[in-house]
Design a protein around this ligand. Structure first.
Ligand code: ADP
Length: 482
């Protein structure tokens, strides 16, 4: 018992430490006074260090906040059924699922007219009787949360005053996000109650939780169970959300397994993750016996329909000039400009604003909510140019971008070409058959940039053409559309 309590305490400690680290980032960012001008690797370290601390949880929350709509693409879906001989049903309509009218109304009120791609296959398996276990993996924004929330709600019996569904999330904020969806979808279910087992929601000795659904973080949930606030053996649906983020947090894996062991053999176990790596799968297999497995793989990022160029610019001011010239010949839908440091990003966005551009700046001193707000505005095309640093780019999933500019080349910790980041930055453009343009700025005084460019060409087996941004003729010929 004492041992188990220490787990719970440890988790709370962790949450506090995470919060402190986040604050530290913000403080150190604010303290980082700009040194004299250069956007070089030397100044990169102090400038970008704080941003590197963006952890899996923060990224995950940011994606949740950005995705107020389904992510649509043409992923391939792989399904491994627990019983390979049973027929695989998929549904095209929510009405085919035998849901109660209250739930259907809740779904309609959320604006869902038909199941998302993963929901088409997952929901018939999730709602089957007798219940079956599931591991589902697909990128953020594809409809996983809505699917498991619907499953929980469809199994709740409102007249039974005890927790019947339990959902573990890696953070306080993510738990509340899920709760919000559940409360919205279940708003027509009279008497439905949700309890949040998250930090600061301690239960008093002898207190009993009567809510139908418990959503929380592993530490506090374990605390509740240890204090007998509810009986885990009466839980009929157990959800582990954001399993990939969960295992990135030390201790959560073990805690989740401990909670899972207290559940009954007939409890339906569900695990959701946005990534597919081996660590997640190993964890999944430990918590979810005999699962159906659904994976929706995201479209491969390719460089096929993206025209790539480089332009040699002798200074930061020249790079800015080049950028202005590009806008002179090209009608850009939306653009993302990547800078090596926060300082350069700030400088550039100021220059661009003064030059009459409507620019959004996304950089590391912002907290998750602020970043999400900026990205949402950009997604809605309220700003046409997004200036950002490398670290922030991971969370960006904006598909309508037609121009990507590497104001500084992507480098890894050792100052070598970072090809993965290059692909990730450039792969944002030219989606859905639209052709995109990527322009790399090379600083003349640095041979290194040229070597980096060559390494990128070699890595992807491509040729990156030169673009003379001081010659309208050259630009007009190669990228012009005005
Ligand atoms: P995930 O958990 O995979 O990140 P969510 O369930 O949070 O995805 O869904 C992402 C967004 O899409 C949310 O804004 C959600 O309301 C919306 N959404 C989910 N399912 C549907 C659907 N069937 N039709 C329309 N929108 C949906």
């Amino acid at each position: 018992m004492a041992d188990e309590e220490s787990w719970a305490l440890e988790a709370d400690k962790q949450e506090t430490v995470t919060a402190k680290i986040q604050n530290l980032n913000i403080d150190s960012a604010a303290a980082g006074e700009p040194k004299d001008g250069a956007n070089n690797a030397e100044s990169k370290e102090d400038d970008d260090n704080a941003e590197k601390e963006l952890n899996a949880e923060q990224n995950s929350l940011m994606r949740k906040l950005i995705h107020d709509k389904l992510v649509q693409n043409t992923q391939t879906q792989e399904v491994q059924q627990r019983d390979p001989n049973s027929p695989l049903y998929s549904v095209k309509k929510f009405e085919e699922l035998n849901l109660t009218e209250e739930l259907l109304l809740g779904i309609y009120a959320m604006g869902f007219s038909k199941p998302s791609k993963i929901q088409e296959t997952a929901l018939p398996l999730l709602l089957a009787n007798p219940p079956e276990n599931m591991i589902a993996q697909s990128q953020s924004g594809t409809g996983k949360t809505a699917a498991f929330v619907l499953t929980m709600l469809s199994r709740v019996k409102v007249d039974l005053p005890h927790p019947q569904c339990l959902c573990l999330s890696p953070t306080y904020e993510l738990a509340l996000q899920t709760g919000k969806v559940l409360e919205e979808m279940g708003k027509n279910m009279k008497g439905l109650q949700v309890a949040y087992s998250v930090r600061n929601n301690k239960v008093r000795r002898g207190e009993k939780i009567s809510a139908h659904v418990v959503i929380g973080t592993p530490g506090t949930t374990q605390d509740w169970i240890n204090n007998r606030a509810f009986d885990p053996s009466l839980v009929s649906v157990f959800v582990l959300d954001e399993a990939d983020v969960m295992i990135a947090t030390q201790g959560f894996q073990e805690q989740s397994i401990r909670v899972q062991r207290k559940l009954s053999k007939t409890c339906q176990m569900l695990l959701f993750s946005a990534t597919y790596d081996e660590a997640v799968m190993n964890f999944a297999q430990k918590v979810v016996p005999r699962p159906n497995i659904i994976q929706l793989r995201r479209d491969e990022e390719t460089l096929d329909n993206i025209k790539q160029f480089y332009s040699v610019c002798s200074s930061r001011d020249k790079k800015f000039e080049a950028l202005t010239n590009i806008y002179g010949v090209l009608s850009v839908g939306q653009a993302i400009i990547f800078c090596a440091t926060r300082r350069t990003a700030k400088w550039l966005s100021q220059q661009m604003c003064e030059g009459g551009f409507v620019v959004a700046l996304l950089s590391g001193e912002l907290d998750v909510t602020q970043r999400a707000m900026i990205l949402r505005r950009f997604k809605e095309a309220k700003e046409r140019v997004l200036v950002t640093t490398n670290v922030c780019s991971r969370g960006i999933d904006v598909e309508q971008v037609t121009l990507v500019v590497n104001f500084d080349m992507p480098l890894d910790m050792n100052g070598q070409a970072d090809c993965e980041t290059y692909l990730h930055r450039i792969g944002r453009t030219g989606r859905f058959g639209k052709s995109g343009i990527a322009i790399n700025f090379i600083s003349q005084e640095r041979d290194r940039d040229m070597a980096v460019l060559k390494d990128i060409e070699k890595h992807f087996g491509i040729k990156i053409e030169s673009l003379d941004t001081e010659s309208y003729e050259d630009m007009d010929k190669k990228i012009g559309d005005k």
